[in-house]
Design a protein around this ligand. Sequence first.
Ligand code: MF3
Ligand code: CO
Length: 289
Amino acid sequence: MRLGRNDACWCGSGKKYKNCHINFDQKIEAFRDAGHIVPDHSILKSPEDIQGIKESAKINIACLDYVAEHIKAGVSTLDIDNWVAKITADMGGVSACLNYEGFPKNCCTSINDQVCHGIPSADDILKEGDIVNVDCSTILNGYFSDSSRMFIIGETTPEKKKLVEDVKKSIEIGLKEVKPWKFLGDMGNAINQFCMSQGYSVVREIGGHGCGKEFHEEPWVSFVSKPNTEMLMVPGMCFTIEPMVNLGNPDIYEDEDNGWTIYTEDGSPSAQWEIQLVVTEDGYEIITY
Ligand code: MF3
Ligand code: CO
């Protein structure tokens, strides 16, 4: 159904369409007509939605801040899971990981050559030199937040340390491309180019995602994409940037026994950071980090 100029705008502002999103929609339609992938209204977040996601993110960030302070050699990944479970519950939230498609724990913990979706376990004790990703996803009042950070246990090799730092840097480089009326491919390409320039490879099969009213929403976000491709970015889009970057080749495989954990095919270390952001009128605002 097409909205009339005097109808109430779809965004819920209560204003007439002609005084609200009509020009915005026409601009999007022009990109669609030119053959681009454009966002549906259903994934655009209202100011109230963004407020709700930010409240959820307070819990998400608190979990990772706690992990940052307490992670060290001798801690098991189950200990980390217990911290995340307790903080999330104490702050009134729910883990989005727990029971997600049968996932058995409250967060993902991925060590060294584990690329992502490692399952916390009492058997996995962190040791000096490990690099580990802790990925937290939180629900509060129906709003989803998602972020992950890398932690280095004690001293690690210069190679692994640089990988961890460079993946974080790649997100900063990608963020420079996040602006309304640019494309997700501009951002993904910037990340891929930088990672390749450092001799790394970026995982192709797993990427970022829209996030906010659902855990995983449109769009899917690639970090090996090309400029001027993938979805048009517009204000109100909320998604994650979470490149998985391997020191060796990009190939990965899934653990056959648990059906979750992803490893590098060549056994090389892998690192990932994840942030969540919302596209604003003139750039972006970071929601989780
Ligand atoms: N947090 C991950 C992401 O960034 C998803 C993990 S799904 C889980 O999208 F079930 F493994 F927790
Ligand atoms: Co994510």
